[in-house]
Write a protein that binds this ligand. Structure first.
Ligand code: ATP
Length: 202
């Protein structure tokens, strides 16, 4: 599963639709301070399901929407599309059983985020799981923010272990275990209620 293109529309400083072609080999992004290099990395993290505004250097998730400039009004939505070369069929067949897969995330003011995969509406969880299982998720150690190396060196062992688990592609399993535990707790609570009702009827 290889990323081939990132398209940003109204995302942070990228007000007009902008394509970043990710060719084979190494892609370097160079430019003066403040031109939007980190915004590109954040767009990648965001389309993979990042939900912490702080990871986007914002106070709320809507801060990723173009906020306006001296000559241009603010936008009402932001959209990031990630094109994936899926010729190795690593994406689950339910997503799109073809060589190319497009994941789109759009956030609209006062409405929130919506995701599409291969043109179909999908849940945030499905997109997060897809990338977590492929070890490229929003929290992937492959994406290194400014200052993150220092954070890593000073990190507690538990946090460092989380980074290793993400790299090993097992963080999706933790999420599934957590969801299974919640379902189990709910089922146990329901069973206890059924016992109460049976007792009252007896
Ligand atoms: P440096 O080299 O200094 O790290 P950079 O190239 O990584 O800079 P970014 O931090 O990606 O630059 O981009 C910062 C720019 O993005 C700033 O000019 C900021 O005003 C702009 N920006 C961030 N959020 C928004 C937004 N919601 N709307 C409009 N512009 C934004």
């Amino acid at each position: 599963m290889r990323f081939s293109k990132l398209r940003l529309t109204g995302f942070k400083s990228f007000v007009d639709p902008t394509d970043l072609i990710i060719a084979d080999g190494l892609t370097g992004v160079v430019g003066p301070n403040g031109c939007g290099k980190s915004n590109l990395l954040e767009a990648l993290r965001w389309v993979m399901g990042e939900n912490r505004p702080t990871a986007m250097r914002g106070g709320g998730m809507e801060d990723v929407i173009f906020a306006g400039a001296a000559t241009r009004p603010a936008r009402n939505f932001a959209e990031v599309a990630l094109h994936i070369d899926n010729s190795d069929r690593l994406a689950p067949a339910g997503f799109n059983d073809s060589d190319q897969l497009e994941i789109v995330r759009r956030i609209t003011r006062d409405v929130g985020s919506a995701y599409k995969a291969g043109g179909k509406d999908v849940r945030a969880r499905d997109v997060q799981m897809l990338f977590a299982d492929a070890s490229t998720g929003a929290h992937s150690p492959a994406l290194v923010r400014q200052g993150q190396i220092a954070e890593l060196i000073n990190a507690k062992p538990k946090n460092r272990r989380r980074i290793l688990e993400e790299a090993a592609g097992i963080s999706g399993l933790y999420q599934r275990r957590h969801e299974a535990e919640l379902k189990l707790n709910a089922a146990e609570a329901n069973l206890a209620r059924v016992d109460d009702v049976i007792e009252q009827l007896a």
